[in-house]
Design a protein around this ligand. Sequence first.
Ligand SMILES: [Zn+2]
Length: 399
Amino acid sequence: MADPSTAPGPSGKLVIRNIGLLLSGDLQNPILDANTIIAENGRITFIGTHTNADPTGATCTVDAKGAALAPGLIDSHVHPVAGDWTPRQNQMGWIESSLHGGVTTMISAGEVHMPGRPKDIVGLKAAAIAAQRSFANLRPGGVKVLAGAPVIEHGMEEEDFRILAESGVTLLGEVGLGSVKDGATARKMVAWARKFGIQSTIHTGGPSIPGSGLIGKDIVLEADADVIGHINGGHTALPDRDITCLCEQCGRGLELVHNGNERAALHTLRVARDMNQLHRVILGTDSPAGSGVQPLGILRMIAMLSSLGGVPAEQAFCFATGNTARMRNLESGLIEPGRAADFVLLDRPQHSAGAHLLESVQLGDLPGIGMTIIDGLVRTGRSRNTPPAERVPEIIQSK
Ligand SMILES: [Zn+2]
């Protein structure tokens, strides 16, 4: 096992063979006809068959034992604060625990649970830059946490966004969680952020905690953030007709979260499918939340959308991998040469009614995880959180 908090810059050659099912993360072609992957220095260099692979010089060889391999899951909506501690439920280890749910990348929607969170402009910029640096330097369990997502407040000027961008900030926290709750101001600041390469997301629906407010469809449309954050509510959802309107009138990302309204998530899914725009669907947990931390939250969303929403399981995995990677310009999330070697190996859980992984997910069961890999380094073996997988990969050579 690698040092769990290893920073970027791995070296070595990883060979994974006997992959029983290769999920690509690409909605257009979700299953690849290959059984072997090679990664060198943390990047995918080969996807193909065992007979064509060149394992010479491997520093680690994994026998997948017929289990499936997918890109590491991406949680598009989390609220980290400091290291692997969350004050929301005063809990330690929530990020590392999510790794045991297959999550290898998390994206901050704002460090809004920070005790005494500064709301003055100098303070919020400093806090965002500090969070970005902190999570760039520390990866709990190895998980990549993209953090440093300031929440916009009245009084910010274009220059503030330029300074944030130049300082390494790439994300805005949820628009609407600060004092800016009107469409016109949100639109102006979202545009400034976009001008400097900062991606934005907006809180959608009723207030999440006392002190936050309703963000309705008209504000979401006017603000035009890059991602319609938790379009299924966080937790309180907009009426179905407003969700439909957002799907149809705004071409941005449709984010479905675990700590949201599940029925509204299924409604959004149906609308997106009817529009033939499933590529816009991405998944998050919005944890830590009032309901706690859900280390299996992304897997639960995949199983829920597949089993109740009627989406083939191999497509549902794309919502949490390739769709998010493309929308958020990540190096992981797709099984393609040159991409980061971030993987989750999984199989049907023992005693599932489903005969294989995809069928078990379509029946609503959660997969069993047997191994996680980030930047070509094995991070965990059999998950301590999922039901036990039928087949578990094994490291057969390591030096
Ligand atoms: Zn929210």
